[in-house]
Design a protein around this ligand. Structure first.
Ligand code: MN
Length: 756
């Protein structure tokens, strides 16, 4: 245990403004008051207030704070009273100890309904004199450091409260060092397994990168020395909790996070920060968009520093924070390091004028001007908390500002949804319920229709528009910030995909059976599942849809005599029921036997084919990007296992490569709804006179005939001619033909043809 004289020495090491006798008396008084008590660990209770006082001296706080730390548990836990403490140590210390005692009685976690009121009491207690908060944080830190002696349930509750309230509060006051340690200890207790996993990975990483870190460190120091800048360069250790939070939020892997090495460069004067930045940027390539100047524009919690990221010697990213020693102290200790604090302006007068809202009055204007931003925030918040007209609004605002890396939004019924900064309406929908996320099609933010990808802001009221049977677009995966939304989207996409394959399998089997003169019914599969090597009917049908199970195998399993009437199919490319390509030029292909007749017949026969409702329809279908099938084209599908069906116009040259894989071919037909808003990509080759204005004339025609030009490929086959291949989006074959006709009518155009 720290001795009396050690405590005095600690205080004497950073201030001359202390009273040795008073410190000694407080030490003895606290020890005496707690003499019969022990901690959970069995240690004498007095060791706790003494350690808290030690932390307070680490923060270099004034003597009154040190004494308040020694006495902070006496009123609550012993027979000491506020009056007694005031008479022994003076009214200011009595006031501080009283404030700390009140804080002790506030339970910030247990009952949700009381949470708002308790947070309000907490803010009122600490803003009255910020030293109450500082000693409270020291108290909490020591309790967290010694939490392993506490029973598990209480340990959870204290850790949760630390994570939810005290760590953010320390951060808001700019006390980064305090915040970090509180978060790490709370994380370790709340999620022991995650903690030990991340911790051991960080250890391995540190061993691996030690050499490179040394190399960079030496290199930065020597480059700065050449420019006459003295600097302390330190690598920044990654903290398990911050790594864990990044992994959780951004769904990035540990490996992705670990390729960044962080350094802190501490110099003597502010102008050296900018000079050092210049040296670093001259020596190494800067990563664009990563430079931030928090010196000219400090953060709300007084944080000042330059941030940049460069590409280091082994091509890894190196993050640098460049700051002065003073900026570093403020970054680590925030409000506790603020010079003002030591001038004694921090303490509110006994009559607590700041609660009466005359902050801007003449008598306090001078102190406001030099006050730290963090403390200013606290005072302003508390000032408005006493505005009795809208206490809830103010409290909510305080909560919002306190947890500044989160956004708080509301459902129309007023339920609070907390999301990480940058979250979208989609994240919101998934946070409310997975089903709501899955069926989300639109949203209203604060009553106005807004895109679902909109980033939410604090206080937004979000109403989600839903449509049943909807599948979230896969692209959303890259937009959302929460793991819950990402996982929900993946699962829904996977399920929808498998439903699509079942639908396709069903259709393939229906046509295959029909062609053999049978009617396909699901029940038929039940007895032959073993033969098909699948466990359920659904699985077997989906396997057909995925192209993993040939439909003929199913047919043969159900009707073993099938082979007799129809002959084996699939072995010969010219097999019945399918067609074969052997042509060289477009359209110059043969459709053997019955198939040709079939295609020659009216569309009624095509009713056997699988209907395609476009690329956005209900089947796993995509259009060949080069082949450009448009509605009206005779089409076939190529079923590729795992990829679904690619649709080709029957004249597509690309089909030749599938000539020998008859199993993959599917009969398809268009079934486009007249209201379908989808356009279809196609390609048109135009040979025209190579003269100025030709391209403009051609694109004019495209525009007036309502064709979207998606791509243009220009070449010059001949000095006088220009060849242009247009990727054009059209409604259907008629539309495409009309565009071709219009182009042919142009005088500058010599040839127009569709390309497949
Ligand atoms: Mn305590």
């Amino acid at each position: 245990m720290m001795r009396q004289n050690e405590l005095v020495e600690r205080v004497a090491s950073y201030t001359r403004d202390y009273d040795e006798d008073l410190l000694n008396r407080a030490y003895v008084y606290a020890m005496h008051q707690h003499r019969h008590q022990t901690r959970e660990s069995g240690a004498p209770y007095f060791s706790h207030p003494l350690e808290v006082a030690g932390i307070v001296t680490d923060l270099k706080l004034d003597q009154e704070s040190v004494i308040a730390a020694l006495l902070h548990d006496t009123i609550e836990d012993t027979d000491a009273t506020k009056i007694e403490i005031e008479s022994l140590f003076g009214p200011k210390i009595g006031h501080l100890v009283d404030g700390l005692t009140k804080l002790k009685r506030i339970d910030l976690v247990s009952k949700k309904t009381r949470q708002g009121e308790n947070l309000r009491r907490l803010l009122l207690a600490i803003a009255d004199d910020v030293r109450v908060l500082l000693v409270k944080l020291a108290d909490r830190l020591h309790n967290m450091r010694t939490l392993n002696h506490v029973p598990p349930e209480k340990r959870q509750r204290i850790s949760q409260e630390t994570m939810d309230i005290y760590a953010p509060l320390a951060g808001r006051m700019g006390m980064q060092g305090m915040r970090d340690e509180l978060e790490e200890l709370a994380f370790q207790n709340l999620h022991p397994e995650a903690y030990s996993l991340v911790h051991s990975k960080l250890d391995q990483l540190q061993k691996k990168t030690r050499a490179i870190i040394n190399e960079i460190e030496v290199s930065v120091v020597s480059n700065l020395a050449q420019a006459d800048i003295t600097a302390v360069v330190k690598s920044r250790n990654k903290r398990p909790y911050s790594v864990f939070r990044k992994m959780e939020r951004n769904s990035v892997s540990f490996e992705q996070l670990s390729d960044v090495i962080g350094f802190r460069v501490i110099v003597d004067r502010a102008e050296h920060c900018y000079q050092a930045l210049g040296v670093v940027h001259t020596r190494w390539r800067a990563v664009p968009g990563r430079f931030k100047d928090y010196i000219s524009t400090p953060k709300q919690n007084d944080y000042r520093s330059l941030h940049t990221t460069v590409v280091g010697p082994s091509r890894q990213r190196v993050e640098l924070q460049i700051r002065t020693h003073e900026m570093n102290d403020i970054a680590e200790q925030g409000i506790a390091a603020h010079s003002l604090y030591k001038d004694g302006v921090y303490s509110a007068p006994e009559d607590a004028t700041l609660l009466k809202g005359d902050i801007g009055g003449a008598d306090s204007a001078a102190s406001m001007a030099s006050e730290s931003r963090a403390y200013h925030w606290l005072r302003r918040t508390v000032e408005s908390l006493s505005d009795r007209d809208h206490p809830d609004d103010v409290l909510e605002q305080a909560r919002l500002e306190l947890f500044h890396d989160q956004v708080f939004c509301f459902t129309p019924k007023g339920r609070l949804i907390a999301l990480p900064q940058g979250a979208t309406a989609i994240d919101f929908a998934y946070a409310v319920h997975t089903d709501i996320g899955n069926s989300c099609v639109g949203c209203r933010i604060n009553g106005r229709a807004a895109p679902v990808v909109s980033k939410l802001r604090n206080g937004d009221e979000v109403q989600i528009m839903r449509a049943e049977g909807q599948t979230p677009p896969t692209a959303w995966e890259n937009v959302v910030t929460t793991g819950k939304a990402r996982a929900g989207i993946r699962r829904a996409t996977r399920e929808a995909r498998s439903k699509q394959y079942s639908g396709l399998g069903n259709k393939i089997l229906t046509t295959t059976f029909k062609r053999a003169g049978h009617k396909f019914e699901r029940d038929q599969l039940e007895n032959v599942l073993a033969k098909l090597a699948h466990n359920t009917t659904d699985e077997a049908i989906a396997a057909v849809g995925r192209g993993e199970l040939p439909p003929e195998d199913v047919l043969k399993a159900v009707f073993p005599d099938y082979q007799k009437d129809r002959g084996a199919r699939g072995k010969s490319a010219a097999g019945e029921g399918w067609f074969n390509l052997s042509g060289v030029a477009n359209i110059m292909f043969r459709i053997p036997g019955r198939r040709r007749e079939k295609y020659a017949e009216a569309a009624s026969k095509l009713a056997d084919a699988i209907p395609i409702r476009g690329a956005a329809g209900d089947l796993p279908v995509k259009l060949d990007p080069d082949g450009g099938a448009v509605p009206g084209d005779r089409i076939v599908g190529i079923l590729t296992p795992g990829e679904g069906v690619t649709v080709y116009p029957i004249q597509a040259e690309a089909l030749q490569q599938f000539e020998d894989s008859a199993d993959q071919w599917l009969d398809l037909r268009w079934d486009i709804d007249p209201d379908n808003p989808e356009r279809f990509p196609s390609k048109i080759r135009v040979i025209a006179v190579n003269a100025p204005g030709t391209l403009a004339e051609i694109s004019d025609v495209m525009a007036t005939s309502d064709a979207n030009i998606a791509t243009i490929l220009l070449s010059q086959p001949d000095p006088g001619l220009a060849q242009m291949i247009f990727g054009v989006e059209v409604w259907d074959l008629n539309h495409l033909n009309r565009v071709v006709r219009e182009l042919r009518s142009l005088a500058v155009v010599s040839e127009v043809e569709r390309v497949n």
